[in-house]
Design a protein around this ligand. Structure first.
Ligand code: URA
Length: 437
């Protein structure tokens, strides 16, 4: 006899676990309407409060993945590598990692998301490039991957419909915050995207979903176990997100930064994380240790091969590839600029990622409501990072805004956010590594 949804929800409420079949009935029932929104919300809340077992997380991932289509990448020649970040501020790593891996012979089909809350999204950044399209049909995605080696597109409607439905409900019922639910949601999308090697960048800190290294490591460990359990080579890095990763925060600014970084040998924290992620991916695909592929990645970056792949990808997606020669000339820039001087000298102690992200959202770089348009041209260009020694009057950063009043307000907020004081030992950006050779 089919179990009643209420009886299964009660078991979860009382600390019990559900079987694969029972979870399948509930999720399937939610999609076909036989399990109500109220019942699904109750189940999710019971799980958030009491926890899901590892077996439940694995089952949920399988159910979410099987709810839609799985991309078939078997027609692509090179090793297929996918990369995912759990989201942060100034995190333009995809714009660096995807073309860098393509320059080393891999194929990267990256299905990305839009900005969420204070954190940016790769699709919004790419759409700052005039003409560029992210809404690609599956055939086009595969063609671009085969021709260029990398493609970054929006997830198609046919992939993981159950995750879309559940995520929308979790978002409005305060049930996002469960390691098992996040891991199954993230990994169902990665498994459906079809790559044989998966690299995860799990962010830890004030600007991330996971507040600290321990929580991020728990999530990373579960994601790796799910990926490996599904037969994909999977590894994860835990990286710091207490301060923005890059200097540019805002859609066009992050493209500018990616192009400028790829135009010279790798330098700074954003490049460090991008190189480490690319090394995980390439090494995983070849069955090597990351140190064994680092020289090849640095060489490809240094001779401009990754920048050239980025330009080819932009052109293939309808964008203006001249952005890779003259990013500041091609990309939109807001009309009002305000430089923010430091009120006092000392050592930069804190540049809080979440608050800086919220500041750029207030300027229009992100969304207050799901369907809002983003302004590609606004944002903040940071002049400092934690550990920098500065003098009074040195620029803490520059604000790009639509109006003088917005620029003034954002400049005052930025000046108040950056903490300057006595000596500090900056925490390393790369915190932990899980899985891989
Ligand atoms: N990102 C996802 O894709 N899913 C979650 O549950 C949380 C963040």
């Amino acid at each position: 006899m089919r179990p009643r949804p209420a009886a299964l929800i009660a078991r979860k409420r009382d600390g019990g676990a559900l079987t694969d079949d029972e979870l399948g009935l509930l999720v399937g029932g939610y999609l076909d309407g036989s399990v109500s929104e109220g019942q699904m919300a109750a189940l999710l809340m019971a799980g958030v409060l009491n926890g899901f077992t590892r077996a439940e997380a694995l089952a949920l991932t399988r159910i979410l993945t099987a709810s839609g289509q799985v991309l078939d990448l078997s027609g692509l020649a090179g090793p297929t590598i996918d990369k995912h970040s759990t989201g942060g501020v100034g995190d333009g790593t995809t714009l660096l990692v995807a073309p860098l891996l393509a320059a080393c012979g891999a194929q990267v089909v990256k299905l990305s998301g839009r900005g969420l809350g204070h954190s940016g999204g790769t699709l919004d950044k790419l759409e700052a490039i005039p003409g560029l399209r992210v809404g690609l049909a599956e055939e086009e995605i595969l063609d671009i991957a085969a021709d260029v080696g990398c493609v970054v597109a929006a997830q198609t409607d046919r992939l993981v419909p159950a995750d879309r439905a559940l995520y929308a409900l979790r978002d409005v019922t305060a049930t996002v915050e469960s390691v098992a639910l996040i891991a199954s949601s993230v990994m169902s999308k990665k498994l459906a995207a079809g790559a044989s090697t998966i690299v995860l960048d799990v962010k830890a800190g004030d600007g991330a979903f996971m507040p600290d290294d321990a929580a991020a490591t728990e999530l990373a460990e579960l994601c790796v176990a799910i990926g490996e359990g599904a037969g994909r080579r999977t590894s994860a890095l835990v990286t710091g997100m207490d301060e923005p990763l890059g200097r540019g925060i805002g859609n066009a600014l992050e493209v500018v930064e990616a192009v400028e970084l790829l135009s010279a040998p790798p330098r700074g924290r954003l490049a460090e994380v991008a190189l480490a992620l690319a090394a995980e991916g390439l090494a995983g695909a070849r069955g090597l240790a990351p140190a064994e592929v680092e020289a090849e990645l640095r060489e490809a970056w240094g001779r401009g091969a990754a920048l050239e792949r980025l330009a080819a990808m932009i052109a293939a997606q309808g964008g203006d590839p001249a952005v890779c020669d003259d990013p500041r000339g091609v990309l939109p820039a807001a009309p009002v600029r305000a430089t923010v001087p430091a009120a006092e000298g000392g050592v930069v102690r804190r540049v809080p990622a979440r608050a800086v992200g919220e500041l750029t959202v207030a300027l229009g770089a992100g969304r207050a409501r799901k369907d809002d348009a983003v302004d590609p041209a606004v944002g903040v260009w940071l002049g400092v990072e934690v550990g920098d020694e500065i003098a009074a009057g040195d620029p803490l950063g520059e604000v790009l805004a639509r109006t003088g009043a917005q620029a003034e307000e954002a400049a005052a907020r930025l000046a108040a956010l950056v903490e300057v004081g006595g000596p500090v030992s900056p925490a390393p950006t790369l915190r932990a590594r899980l899985g891989g050779a």
